[in-house]
Write a new protein. Structure first.
Length: 536
């Protein structure tokens, strides 16, 4: 039996899947050949299957690093409904008895899948137990969280590389739905992936109808959201920028709607989550705290009552609609003034004293030190410690080896100036990322061409399934694959240094620069002023 036949047989007998996509098969084959694999596939395209099937064909358990307990719970439940071996999760929200039973199932060989949060991997007792069970696959879900270029950077993901090496570097599978070129490079580097096979499918979700509505007043916009959602096919999701708005919209929409946000108690959030999956709630009105990994195929719409902070976030959130392949709506309710709220919500104030405290703690060790040791020596939360260590690394003030930090001999005693420069670059990236979101909301060209172009994918013709195409304002765009600066091309600017083309239209292009963030450049100005050169 060939490798592919073996994979198909396991998928059919265990999960009941009669067909696998070619890209799924390619990734599965490479994992069984002990290769590292990076997979970028649209939300709802079956990324989880890529580890679920090979796990059956390799000795030893599969470790899945997953960022949210709700996401872990969904995946454990999905596996439990199949003929696959047991799946268990260990996280801080569990009772100690449940965690103990989960570890026993893994250690006795009864469970094949172990879901952990990255925070769990900071604990030495967890690492020792992993040493004992020798995972045969190391899966990183939502892998874009490891990249500071990404929209959902989580410093705890930076600890994964040393854990992978400590476990003998089993095959690593990194999964994400949102990763352009810079984010993919960060994922490979930060996870220490070895010559990974990259399986990157198209970003398009052709069954999603893309639209945006512009409003001058907040009152007008709020009423439009309520009226549209009330008449839309259900179930659906409404995203808001604040907890207060989530509560307010849920109340206006009536008993079929429920709010969901991080200010609610854990059991309340779990109840809303489970009732939504069971079709007992028609509409969930949520902040971005809801939805990562939600596997509900029949969501008929995702509406944004407020503009999100980036097109990355927007793409990920609308990807929760229409996973059954049927028509679904992705509607953005846009008021220019809402951009100011997002600028406030995403603004990052540098804690210079906190950075100095962490830098001093690292320097006093006079050699490599693990983050958990720094945790014990400074008066900061673990998340703040990891954020500050990341700033020190990006400022080239510390070297990182095997997950440990070593203050460089040539680094200044006071890191404030260098770290402030790094923080300013990050603020500029956030600002320009929001500007691209504004451009999407206001574009008169094909909305799908704009969205896909942002991720470096050229759509040759207008899609015919968005509001600008329906209105006749979408201008046909040429295919730029053979142009001088195609999407994903590396370039260099006289002022902003190296960058990568993320979107191109007939008269303009958007480039993500290392030092300047996202910049939209006039093509005539580029050509006349010799502003860019290819950076090979």
């Amino acid at each position: 039996m060939s490798r592919r036949d073996e994979i198909r047989s396991a998928a059919r007998k265990t999960f009941g899947w009669s067909e696998l996509l070619p890209d799924q098969l390619t990734a599965m084959e490479q994992l069984l050949e002990s290769r590292d694999v990076l997979v970028v596939m649209p939300t709802g395209s079956g990324k989880s299957a890529i580890y679920q099937v090979p796990a059956l064909l390799r000795p030893g358990p599969t470790l899945v690093v997953s960022p949210l307990t709700a996401l872990q719970r969904d995946q454990v439940h999905q596996i439990a409904e199949s003929e696959a071996p047991e799946a268990v999760a260990v996280n801080s929200a569990q009772r100690s008895r449940d965690s103990r039973q989960a570890w026993e199932s893994i250690e006795e060989g009864d469970a094949e899948y172990l879901f952990l949060s990255p925070e769990q991997l900071a604990r030495e007792d967890v690492l020792e137990r992993l040493d004992e069970v020798s995972p045969s696959l190391f899966v990183v879900d939502e892998a874009h969280c490891v990249s500071a270029w990404g929209h959902d950077f989580r410093p705890d993901y930076l600890r994964l590389s040393p854990v992978i090496e400590r476990l003998g570097h089993p095959p690593v599978l990194a999964l994400t739905a949102t990763a352009g070129g810079p984010v993919r490079e960060d994922i490979v580097r930060h996870l220490g992936m070895r010559d990974p096979v990259q399986v990157i499918t198209g970003f398009d979700r052709p069954n999603l109808y893309l639209a945006a509505q512009w409003f001058a007043s907040d009152e007008e916009k709020r009423q439009a959201v309520v009226d549209w959602v009330a008449g839309a096919p259900k179930p659906g999701l409404v995203y808001t920028a604040t907890r207060k708005d989530a509560e307010r919209y849920a109340e206006a929409l009536g008993p079929g709607a429920a709010a969901y946000h991080a200010g609610m108690k854990a059991n309340e959030r779990k109840d809303v989550h489970e009732r939504f999956l069971a079709d007992e709630v028609d509409v969930v009105v949520a902040t971005s705290a809801f939805g990562m990994g939600i596997d509900k195929p029949n969501v008929r719409f995702v509406a944004h009552a407020s503009v999100p902070e980036s097109l990355d976030s927007y793409y990920q959130q609308i990807g929760r609609a229409g996973r059954d392949g049927e028509r679904a709506d992705a509607l953005l309710f846009f008021r220019p003034e809402d951009l100011g709220l997002q600028r406030f919500l995403t603004s990052r104030k540098l804690d210079e004293d906190g950075v100095r405290e962490v830098a001093e703690a690292v320097r006093e060790h006079d050699g490599p030190v693990a983050p958990r040791q720094i945790d014990e020596e400074v008066d900061q939360s673990h998340r703040r410690v990891m954020n500050n260590l990341n700033l020190l690394e990006k400022a080239d003030l510390v070297d990182v080896r095997d997950g440990e930090f070593d203050y460089r001999d040539d680094a200044p005693e006071d890191p404030a100036a260098e770290v402030a420069e790094v923080a300013d670059k990050q603020k500029e990236l956030d600002r320009t990322r929001l500007e691209v979101m504004r451009q999407y909301a206001e574009t008169q060209s094909c909305r799908r061409q704009f969205l896909l172009g942002y991720f470096g994918e050229a759509l040759d013709e207008p899609c015919g399934n968005c509001d600008t195409c329906d209105a006749g304002t979408a201008e046909e765009q040429a295919a730029f694959a053979d142009a001088e600066y195609p999407p994903d091309a590396k370039v260099r600017h006289r002022e902003w240094g190296p960058g990568r083309v993320v979107h191109r239209e007939a008269d303009r292009m958007t480039v993500l620069f290392d030092d300047g963030g996202y910049r939209t450049l006039s093509l005539p100005a580029v050509e006349e002023g010799d502003l860019l050169v290819e950076d090979r």
